[in-house]
Design a protein around this ligand. Structure first.
Ligand SMILES: CC(C)(COP(=O)(O)OP(=O)(O)OC[C@H]1O[C@@H](n2cnc3c(N)ncnc32)[C@H](O)[C@@H]1OP(=O)(O)O)[C@@H](O)C(=O)NCCC(=O)NCCS
Length: 194
């Protein structure tokens, strides 16, 4: 898939699948993230081998990765992970990260919407988002989309500095997610110029 989108400030972006040939672009994108934001990601995205491995995982059919590009630079990265386990086959885990200069312009919402479309195609019924407690913006965007906080596990994960952090698990029924996405898009002024 390839889609052209327009952010709230008029920036044109292209949303498409991530490929192995994007590795250099992706490493450049991760290197521009502020250390404070990188700290709470589940893997060390400055490690090229790990990042390459993650792209290759898309070949398993359980992981889907999308990127948004402005000009030729990646400015957002999103993933939908389906569980390989039988008892969680109805679930899809969502992850999004946007470059700082492009935040608050609707980019996060665009990525979530495209991942939502993918999830529907894959018959996902329940969306899951996991984050560390300091990832406040992520909690806000997911709450806004109708996700509920289901569980907080104290000191369950370690951030990239090695410090233990609380893990928050949020879930949302896929149908409710569409209601919120639809509401967001019909409400937003910028959507009319797309
Ligand atoms: C979460 C993230 C992807 C949001 O990206 P974004 O492009 O800024 O999101 P949008 O512009 O689409 O914002 C959508 C809504 O989310 C909320 N939101 C986004 N960032 C926010 C922030 N820093 N503080 C409060 N609310 C925020 C707002 O309600 C916003 O709607 P509004 O602008 O109409 O008020 C971005 O903040 C990010 O990359 N964070 C670091 C990585 C991370 O925590 N990822 C989540 C792990 S699952």
């Amino acid at each position: 898939m390839e889609k052209e989108e327009t952010l709230k400030d008029g920036t044109k972006v292209l949303v498409r699948e991530l490929h192995l040939r994007d590795l250099d672009r992706l490493m450049r994108f991760y290197s521009t993230l502020p250390p404070e934001g990188r700290k709470y990601l589940r893997v060390d995205v400055k490690n090229r081998e790990i990042v390459e491995q993650r792209i290759k995982l898309t070949k398993t059919g359980n992981v889907f990765r999308l990127v948004a590009l402005a000009e030729d630079d990646i400015i957002a990265d999103g993933a939908l992970e389906l569980s390989g386990e039988e008892w969680r086959k109805h679930q899809g885990e969502l992850r999004v990260i946007a470059a700082r200069p492009f935040q608050h312009k609707g980019l996060g919402m665009i990525m979530v919407r495209e991942l939502y479309f993918l999830a529907v195609k894959k018959n996902v019924e329940q969306m899951v988002a996991k984050m560390m407690r300091p990832q406040v913006a992520a909690q806000k965007i997911f709450r806004k989309l109708g996700f509920r906080e289901e569980l907080l596990i104290p000191d369950y994960v370690r951030d990239q500095s090695g410090k233990k952090q609380d893990l928050i698990i949020m879930t949302c029924n896929i149908k409710e997610l569409w209601n919120e996405l639809e509401h967001f898009y019909s409400d937003s002024d910028w959507q009319r110029c797309r």
